[in-house]
Design a protein around this ligand. Structure first.
Ligand code: FAD
Ligand code: NAD
Length: 475
């Protein structure tokens, strides 16, 4: 007999768990089922982001950046340290404990909100019935008023470089190395490649990044990408563009990676290879043939702008649907769907989703790049303020990079903000809020920013849009 329930959410990642909590806040009965298993076989909430993505990667980025600064920067502050040593086991223990704390926290949030969590596999049958197979083998079936599919994504595997999870690894494996590889190859100079490449470089690995495209960070504003490439080169990341991997062979504890570039066939001998060439939607055994939900040619669950699948009261959110694969995009969709289910107003503004790469310097942007504005034929003004002119950035010994604002020539509306520099990921929040409220560059010009702060860069960049910057030369 199927159990009646208002909402079943399949997946407790950053798209699914907020949907479950908001649905419960809206007074609905909610079950959230998640199939995640950690290395020890135990179930955990939080999906990729908390278990193997955003959180563990940021824990390691923070630890390794501290080490790097202690080694290279403290002396400039007049701080003399004795010998500095890495204890990778402690660093990894800290990462694991942060993850445990955060994933356990979702369990507490569920309890407080009244969401029933089930560790197991969920499958959508016809007529909004959901079959749940628990990790313990138990079977339940729910007759749901609404179903939210939030099954997420998994790493893309290259046929030429199949994962063996020992030498040729995915991003999850690469977060859990127990020793620093002497020489590391990262395939893909995208977000994961740059973040994890930075982690292991800071810990002493020699890192070669192979990127198939001829252009570095093609998704970012190219002025930002050029500055980023310069900074990463200084840090010793060997980024090779136009490099197409053709195969790999493992022998004697080494991997020999073959690739071609404009000079012809190349080989590279390394200890480990991290393949980070993107992620693909995960929908394995999620949908019964008569569920009615459709998958597109790239494997995404088909949805409209409101995340409706086309099957009445079946919704899909997060990485398993179109749009950027970002935790905050999934969260916004999950919450919006839960509000729509309860008959409340909700919408997701897909034009104003910030992106952050947590390298040092950080890279962050929102809205459109200069290249996108040019190809769309939109007339714009640009204002740039370098962190070299920021007293706070100088005091932080972090004066590389800049803030750039693009505003419409006619209306002055802010169209894009691009930051490379210290705390760019935090600073972009002000730009995101400004764009959400359709602010003009003048609005930012007239907003008082505390001195001395990094955020003054936004103020000065807004002034520079009209060649009225005070603290840098207007060009
Ligand atoms: P997921 O987090 O993948 O969660 C889906 C969940 O559904 C999983 O737990 C899965 O086990 C479960 N599931 C799947 N199928 C079923 C089923 N049939 N039954 C039951 N359960 C099922 N994004 C950011 O915004 N910021 C970052 O800093 C960031 N860093 C990242 C770093 C790394 C190394 C990686 C890999 C990703 C990172 N991301 C980051 C991306 C982010 O993790 C994803 O965008 C986000 O996790 C997507 O959320 P989701 O809920 O859609 O899917
Ligand atoms: P990505 O799309 O960011 O980068 C993949 C890179 O690999 C691209 O530059 C692509 O050109 C390159 N590539 C593709 N095929 C290749 C090949 N055969 N050889 C060499 N290079 C190749 O993907 P990712 O870095 O794997 O990250 C996956 C997703 O996770 C992204 O969508 C990202 O948004 C998300 N993520 C976000 C964050 C963050 O927000 N800070 C961090 C990590 C991951």
């Amino acid at each position: 007999m199927a159990e009646n329930i208002d909402v079943v959410v399949i997946g407790a990642g950053p798209a699914g768990y907020p949907a479950a909590i908001r649905a419960a806040q809206n007074g609905l009965s909610v079950v959230c089922v998640d199939s995640w298993k950690n290395r020890d076989g135990a179930g955990a909430l939080g999906g990729t982001c908390l278990n193997a993505g955003c959180i563990p990667s940021k824990a390691l980025l923070e630890s390794t950046e501290l080490l790097h600064r202690a080694q290279g920067e403290f002396a400039a502050h007049g701080i003399k340290l004795g010998s500095i040593a890495l204890d990778l086991a402690v660093m990894q223990k800290r990462r694991a404990s942060i993850v445990r704390n955060m994933t356990g926290g979702i369990g507490s949030l569920f309890k407080a909100a009244g969401v029933t969590a089930i560790f197991g596999h969920g499958k959508l049958l016809a007529d909004r019935h959901v079959q749940v197979t628990g990790h313990d083998g138990s079977r339940r079936e729910f007759a749901a008023g609404n179903v939210v599919l939030a099954s997420g994504s998994i790493p893309t595997e290259l046929p030429a470089l199949p994962f063996d999870h020992e030498r040729i690894v995915d991003s999850w494996d690469a977060l859990e190395f127990t020793a620093v590889p002497g020489k590391l190859c990262v395939v893909g100079a995208g977000v994961i490649g740059l973040e994890l490449g930075s982690v292991w470089r800071r810990l002493g690995a020699e890192v070669v990044v192979l990127e198939a495209l001829d252009r570095f960070l093609a998704i970012a504003d190219q002025q930002l990408a050029t500055e980023a490439a310069r900074q990463f080169k200084k840090q010793g990341l060997d980024i090779r563009l136009g490099a197409r991997v053709t195969g790999a062979t493992s022998a004697d504890g080494k991997v020999s990676v073959s690739y071609t570039d404009k000079s012809g066939a190349q080989t590279l001998s390394v200890d480990k290879v991290i393949v980070a060439v993107g992620r693909r939607p995960y929908t394995a055994d999620l949908l019964a043939p008569d569920s009615g939900v459709r998958i597109d040619e790239r494997g995404f669950i088909q949805v409209d702008a409101q995340c409706r699948t086309g099957v009445e009261r079946v919704w899909a959110v997060g990485d398993c649907v179109r749009g950027p694969m970002l935790a905050h995009k999934g969260k916004e969709e999950g919450v919006a769907v839960a509000d729509q289910i309860a008959g409340r107003y909700a919408h997701v503004n897909y034009d104003v989703i910030p992106s952050v790469i947590y390298t040092a310097p950080e890279i962050a942007w929102v809205g459109r790049t200069e290249e996108q504005l040019k190809s769309a034929g939109i007339a714009y003004k640009s204002g740039v303020f370098p962190f070299a002119a920021s007293g706070r950035a100088r005091a932080m010994e972090a004066a590389a990079g800049f803030t750039k604002i693009l505003a419409a020539s006619d209306t002055d509306t802010i169209l894009g903000v691009h930051i490379i520099g210290p705390m760019a990921g935090e600073l972009i929040a002000e730009a995101t809020l400004a764009m959400e409220f359709q602010a003009s560059a003048e609005d930012l010009q007239r907003t008082i920013h505390a001195h001395p702060t990094l955020a003054e860069g936004l103020h000065e960049a807004a002034l520079a849009v009209d060649k009225r910057a005070i603290d840098s030369i207007n060009r």
